[in-house]
Ligand binder design. Structure first.
Ligand code: M6R
Length: 608
């Protein structure tokens, strides 16, 4: 989704802003722009399309100013166009604003401002902010932004510059993230830490309603009430410097798929102490965990699929009834929540608007909320009662791969913890499970070391118009993630069904060569699944089976077999998901798609 970057200091701002915007490209966007203050005037440049196009335009202009703001836009109000690209300016062009989020009362504000003579040049909700700041401005930009923000309903992260305060950027946020950091050569603001890591590793994550005033001489922080905060909380970012590079892989998705063994190892490191799971961040005693009698997992997209896998584990091991719900549904119904309900919110980005709203709702209703997120200091982390960080490191490709695996491993630990607290798993059983869980890192390495069968199956399916993913039990949850991965990056329609449901409808789709991708690993329902493959083959389908090493019999029922190492069913999601990621990527590449930045998608969905 949209991205913000701002800089003020001693160097020309334009290159810093363009570089920051490039770092934010992974979030998904349709247009980009910058505003740089120069000689008491704001130079504003927007372009539809990629940051590269904006960079070419800017390179031909002579903008030497050292303070500016930039933005990548993902359209919500008004179609993707140059006219709707940020920054947006006030009537005289004296104020420029970039914004992430949605101003819900923008129509009413726009009517009001138009009636007072303001002229609008875009279709966006954001432009009202520029006009409101213009009206409120006397001689203090911070004050004017505070006054303007008081009129806004909705979510916003804002960075604002004004031609009468050279060198000053005012940043303010509500429900949309914003981080600020002091580099050696100036002050920076961005919607995502990744845009700042070249400048500084120590950042301040602004709290809801808080503001920062950036100037070449330093940064000042202010509370939602306008009082100065003298000792803001500093967060240290310890990602690898090269995390934003492809490291020799053809795309970020491939690089991130290959990082998964490391993610498994890092997520498990230090988690087993004397046969007990050490997840101290959750801040709940075994007695308190023992009282939990219902679990909701709330999430969206891929994170929701990690939740489906967790349901199998929590119910299987801990015997606690578990429901998995997409956050956008959960937030608008009236789920049954009591003080003994545990809500687990899963979000890679930690910013997803629906998941955040669901967390708030659950807490108001009295539930304890655990967050599982990949981003330190993210809203999900801050608004949950406890948090487990997946150790995926920054994920750049829009399609989640390594963060999904990190979520599955973290949820597996949580399921084991709940089971141990309820006395359903002994210390020895936990030790054994943990060892096998740790072994999956090596098993994933084995899968990654030879992908010929995956590529061959992908080549056979690349021209299909639709594909069906099937599985049973754990395989059913895995198949959903396989189908999502394929559709989001290859634009090939894919649907996932529990294999036993085929006869109740989807079997009508099958004819000669129709791809059926089956999760056919060893499990208690393996034989049932094989019957479904026979039904598919009988109707001419082209069956691709993900099966357990050594299963020769499966070759009779499948056109393509992708073998993976043997693991217990509980851990099959970790191993079986990897070939499905590679399968989707291989098809997307063969179809000429941009696997890292699929059309219409955004990395963080910060609007409802
Ligand atoms: O950041 P989150 O995990 O909350 O994001 C949820 C979904 O938007 C995300 O998983 C999405 O489905 C990805 N594109 C999946 O690859």
């Amino acid at each position: 989704m949209c991205g913000i970057v701002g800089y003020t200091g001693g160097r020309p701002a334009q290159d810093i802003l363009i570089e920051g915007l490039r770092r934010l490209e992974y979030r998904g966007y349709d247009s980009a722009g910058i505003a740089v203050e120069q000689g008491g005037k704001l130079e504003v440049v927007h372009r539809k399309g990629k940051v590269g196009g904006l960079a070419e335009t800017v390179a031909n202009l002579d903008i030497a100013g050292t303070c500016g703001i930039g933005h990548t836009r993902w359209a919500t109000h008004g179609k993707p166009s140059e006219r709707n690209a940020h920054p947006h300016t006030s009537c005289g062009g004296h104020i420029a604003v970039v914004h992430n989020g949605i101003i819900e009362n923008y129509a009413e504000l726009r009517d009001e401002l138009t009636a007072r003579g303001h002229e609008f040049t875009s279709d966006t909700d954001t432009e009202v902010v520029a006009h409101l700041v213009e009206e409120a401005y006397v001689d203090d930009l911070l004050q004017a932004v505070h006054e303007a923000a008081a009129r806004l309903v909705g979510a916003y992260a804002l960075a604002v510059v004004c031609d009468s305060e050279p060198g000053v950027i005012v940043a303010m946020r509500k429900d949309s993230p914003l981080v600020v950091g002091q580099g050696a050569d100036g002050a920076y603001v961005a919607s995502d830490m990744i845009a700042l890591i070249d400048a500084t590793r120590d950042v301040v994550v602004l709290g809801d309603g808080e503001a920062a005033k950036l100037a070449p001489e330093g940064i000042r922080y202010f509370s939602a009430f306008g009082e100065e905060i003298y000792e803001p909380k500093v967060t240290h970012v310890d990602w690898d410097v090269d995390l934003a590079e492809k490291g020799g892989y053809p795309d970020f998705m491939m690089k991130e798929i290959h990082e998964q063994p490391r993610v498994i190892r890092d997520t498990l490191a230090g988690r087993l102490v004397d046969g007990h799971l050490a997840i101290d961040e959750l801040d709940l005693s075994h007695e308190e965990l023992n009282l939990i009698d219902r679990v909701y997992v709330i999430a969206c997209g891929t994170s929701y699929h990690a939740g489906l896998i967790a349901k199998n584990l929590i119910e299987g091991w801990a015997r606690i009834p578990t429901e998995v719900e997409v956050a956008s549904e959960f937030r608008y119904r009236n789920p049954i929540i009591t003080p003994s309900t545990l809500v687990v919110a899963v979000s890679q980005s930690g910013e997803t608007a629906d998941t955040l709203a669901a967390i708030r709702d659950a807490r108001v209703k009295g539930a304890k909320v655990f967050g599982i997120t990949n981003v330190v200091g993210s809203p999900v982390a801050r608004e949950s009662d406890g948090v487990i960080y997946t150790k995926a490191n920054k994920e750049i490709a829009v399609a989640s791969t390594k963060s999904f695996l990190g979520q599955v491993v973290s949820l597996t630990l949580l399921a084991m913890l709940l089971a141990q607290s309820k006395g359903k798993l002994t210390t020895n059983q936990v030790r054994l499970l943990f060892r096998e869980l740790a072994d999956t890192a090596e098993q994933v390495e084995v899968i990654l070391s030879d992908t010929a069968a995956i590529d061959e199956a992908a080549l056979a399916c690349k021209d299909a118009r639709s594909a069906l993913f099937i599985g049973r039990g754990m395989g059913s949850a895995i198949s959903k993630e396989g189908a999502l991965k394929l559709k989001e990056i290859s634009y090939l329609h894919a649907e996932a069904y529990p294999a036993g449901e085929m006869k109740h409808g989807p079997i009508a789709l099958l004819d000669d060569g129709f791809p059926v991708i089956a999760i056919a690993t060893q499990s208690p329902v393996y034989d049932k699944l094989v019957s479904n493959l026979q039904e598919s083959k009988a109707r001419g389908a082209m069956v691709v089976a993900v099966a357990t090493e050594g299963d020769e019999d499966i070759k009779q029922h499948a056109d393509h077999v992708i073998y993976i190492p043997k693991v217990r069913d509980a851990f099959s999601a970790i191993t079986a998901s990897v070939p499905l990621q590679l399968f989707a990527r291989s098809i997307a590449v063969a179809r000429g798609c941009d696997v890292d930045q699929p059309r219409n998608l955004a990395k963080s969905v910060t609007v409802e």
